[in-house]
Design a protein around this ligand. Structure first.
Ligand code: CTP
Ligand code: MG
Length: 226
């Protein structure tokens, strides 16, 4: 791993402390295997191999701490919390004091092309925070009491990870006491002045949530081998 050309220190935090209740598997989804490789290992590898990433922190549940420490020797490993936001907070606390930028990634998104990381890091040179996002392919509606309303899908985005920030911006958002489901929402709520943006993401960075998602991601891996 080499420092960023801009001289910035970039730390990836991979949150892997969830239980995967919607997948309904005994093993949390990040520890299931896809083509004989643990789902967590794909994103760990993508960040470890990226030349601008200096450190990788994995946040995991107490039950899996020993497993992750043993199998991911190149990562710092810390315990997670009850919510995703709590787990991210623990990861932030474990960042080195020299960290400039943090990239928060869901372990449940195994496929993260290096160009997405490149693109996020170059946006951070001019923004306080950035995340990959894709435009929905389907028609989108909003359900209302009186029926539904069609939304213009060209103005909508499906937000993915890694969600990337200057460390001080994300730490301040966590200290604000606000709560949100992701970091872009949390920073926007707590700091309306923050300069936030989106870059075009990759469809394969989808999150494993339901059983069919595992098959779709396996197809992406098969296609990449051809
Ligand atoms: N996560 C975490 N700590 C938590 C909850 C979630 O680190 N307390 C992580 C998950 O491991 C996952 C990512 O946040 O990599 C995205 O969360 P999600 O897809 O909701 O995963 P789970 O919470 O595990 O799944 P579910 O909501 O179906 O229970
Ligand atoms: Mg969850």
């Amino acid at each position: 791993m080499l420092n960023d050309m801009s001289g910035k220190i970039n730390t990836a935090i991979i949150v892997a402390a969830g239980s995967g209740s919607r997948l309904a598997s005994d093993t949390p989804k990040q520890f299931l295997k896809l083509k004989d490789v643990e789902i967590l290992a794909y994103s760990v590898q993508a960040f470890l191999e990226h030349p601008q990433i200096d450190a990788v922190i994995v946040v995991t549940s107490a039950d899996y701490l020993d497993h992750v420490i043993r199998h991911y020797p190149d990562c710092k490993v810390v315990p997670g919390g009850d919510t995703r936001q709590d787990s991210v907070f623990n990861g932030l606390e474990a960042c080195s004091a020299s960290t400039d930028n943090v990239l928060i990634h869901d372990a449940a998104r195994p496929l993260i092309p290096s160009w997405v990381i490149d693109s996020c890091l170059s946006s951070l040179e001019t923004c306080d925070g950035v995340a990959p996002a894709i435009t929905p392919a389907d028609s989108m509606v909003q359900i209302e009491d009186s029926g539904f309303r069609n939304l213009n899908r060209d103005s909508l985005r499906i937000v993915q990870t890694p969600q990337c920030f200057h460390l001080n911006i994300l730490k301040a958002a966590h200290a604000s006491g606000k709560v949100d489901t992701d970091e872009m929402g949390l920073v926007k709520q707590s700091n309306p002045q923050a300069l936030l943006g989106f870059i075009e993401g990759a469809p394969e960075t989808m999150k494993v949530t339901r059983p069919l998602d595992l098959e779709i991601i396996k197809n992406y891996l098969d296609a990449a081998e051809k």
